[in-house]
Design a protein. Structure first.
Length: 94
């Protein structure tokens, strides 16, 4: 996704968006036919063009590996109780 612009926008100079989209590696410039300045506030069919472009961009940049939370690690195996007198070393004379 490089830029999605309203085809009938009379407030923004679209040439800058076209220029920027050309310079992105896989970017592209898309105009929404019949849309005016703010595409997000347009009718569903026009807004759908923007959302499809956004979904395509998000799918491209999202990580491929599974980022689901890992399961909780298993509890450590029980060993000697390090706090008990039997497991403490005997005091030595100084």
């Amino acid at each position: 996704m490089g830029g999605v612009a309203a085809a009938d926008d009379d407030r923004v100079w679209k040439q800058t968006n076209k220029w920027a989209a050309k310079r992105l590696g896989r970017g592209r410039y898309v105009e929404v036919p019949g849309a005016r300045h703010e595409v997000v506030m347009e009718t569903d069919d026009r807004r759908a063009v923007l959302l499809e472009e956004f979904d395509a961009m998000a799918a491209y940049v999202s990580p491929v590996e599974d980022l689901a939370p890992a399961t909780a690690p298993a509890a450590p195996a029980s060993g000697p109780d390090l706090g008990s007198p039997e497991s403490s070393p005997a005091p030595t004379a100084a």
